[in-house]
Design a protein around this ligand. Structure first.
Ligand SMILES: Nc1ncnc2c1ncn2[C@@H]1O[C@H](COP(=O)(O)OP(=O)(O)OP(=O)(O)O)[C@@H](O)[C@H]1O
Ligand SMILES: [Mg+2]
Length: 353
């Protein structure tokens, strides 16, 4: 109800308020998975009819992996805690966001890098100015804020979280997920349409393949609390080609498709080389997309390749990569080495004793 001294507001302002309120209640319609995600399924899922500022932007070019999409949808419709695990650059973070974008489900992504602290998640006392006076006030962190709203909270890079932070998250992973703000003496019950997701590169057993420095071992009592774990690794080559062409539509002609096919063969060779221990780096789908985009800039696939991937490789491994390139493109790749393989240039300073 409007109080006496509140100014009369314009009708569109009132409408905005109503939109926010309606969105706060939860999903208000049912949509077809076939229609929204474009794959064969009779599933119907709840969605919001209005978008608010937290709904991620729609990426029309995004291609959904059916199994991962179903897992994420189970999270949204049945309130399952869903973790998406997989190698880097396979589209995990964007996958969850793009599902949310098609359901108009508000979504907040928190990157659990080493700088996120317990206080960021839970909240802290802060000094604020109220009526011209400085007062100390508790400011809610992202977890209590999201818990009370129909919001999907995504913990990105979950395996990079510090142990003290992880135990905060453990509390909301419980079935009823009540969250106690100790310093506030308050128990927060989650909104019925609050949802929780996570993405991770490792499966919580540490950096076994050497690719993911800075990851932590995850507590198994905590892993156990994720109801669904979906895996998103490298896709079949036609699908990966489809993603690259969707991202860089300028390449979608006969010559472009052939080029993309060779690029994916190249990526596949680096992945195989990594698996057999010949390389310590590999090309992710993200790198292939970057390479395709850079081809549009430099108009030279070999130069674009050097700038996108080759320069990230260990110098000692560059000749191996060049050989893969030769196999896929029948072109000799120029490899600049600061130190000739096997040469002992004797320039290194003697260690001081
Ligand atoms: N299926 C897809 N359709 C369209 N674009 C995709 C797809 N998968 C990945 N991409 C693109 O690849 C890039 C990497 O995706 P994203 O950041 O989601 O990967 P990630 O798996 O979260 O990586 P990381 O493990 O490094 O966090 C993004 O630019 C994304 O748009
Ligand atoms: Mg990610």
């Amino acid at each position: 109800m409007r109080s006496m001294n509140e100014p009369e507001r314009k009708p569109d302002e009132r409408e905005n308020d109503m939109t926010t309120e309606r969105a706060m209640e939860g999903p208000d319609r049912i949509v077809s998975v076939r229609e929204r995600f474009g794959f064969d399924s009779n599933l119907m899922v709840p969605a919001f009819s209005e978008r608010d500022a937290h709904v991620p932007d729609l990426d029309e070019a995004y291609r959904f992996n059916p199994e991962v999409t179903l897992a994420i949808l189970a999270g949204f419709t049945r309130n399952r805690r869903v973790m998406v695990q997989g190698l880097h650059g396979t589209g995990k973070s964007t996958h969850i966001e793009q599902v949310a974008a098609r359901l108009n489900w508000p979504c907040v992504r928190v990157n659990l890098d080493g700088h996120i602290s317990r206080l960021d998640l839970v909240g802290k006392d802060a000094i604020v100015v109220r009526d011209g006076r400085q007062v100390t006030e508790f400011q809610e962190g992202i977890v209590p804020w999201a818990l009370q709203r129909p919001v999907a909270l995504i913990f990105d890079e979950y395996d990079a979280g510090r142990p003290d932070v992880m135990f905060v998250i453990q509390r909301i992973l419980e079935r009823d997920g009540n969250f106690t703000l100790l310093d506030q003496n308050r128990v927060i019950r989650p909104h019925p349409h609050f949802r929780l997701f996570a993405t991770t590169n490792t499966i919580g057993l540490g950096n076994l393949n050497g690719l993911y420095h800075g990851t932590q071992m995850l507590n198994h009592a905590q892993m156990d609390r994720w109801n669904v774990v979906a895996t998103l690794n490298y896709l079949p080559r036609e699908e990966e080609a489809g993603i690259v062409l969707a991202r860089v539509p300028e390449m979608d002609d006969e010559a472009g498709r052939q080029l993309v096919d060779s690029m994916i063969s190249m990526a596949a060779l680096t992945r195989k080389g990594f698996a057999s221990g010949d390389l310590s780096t590999l090309m992710s789908p993200r790198t292939v997309i970057d390479w395709a985009e850079n081809c549009q800039i430099f108009r030279d696939p070999a130069l674009a390749f050097r700038l996108t991937f080759l320069n990230k490789c260990d110098e000692a491994e560059r000749p191996v990569v060049a050989e893969y390139y030769q196999r896929c493109f029948d072109v000799e790749l120029r490899v600049e080495l600061r130190v000739e393989p096997g040469s002992d240039d004797g320039d290194e300073p003697e260690p001081r004793t």
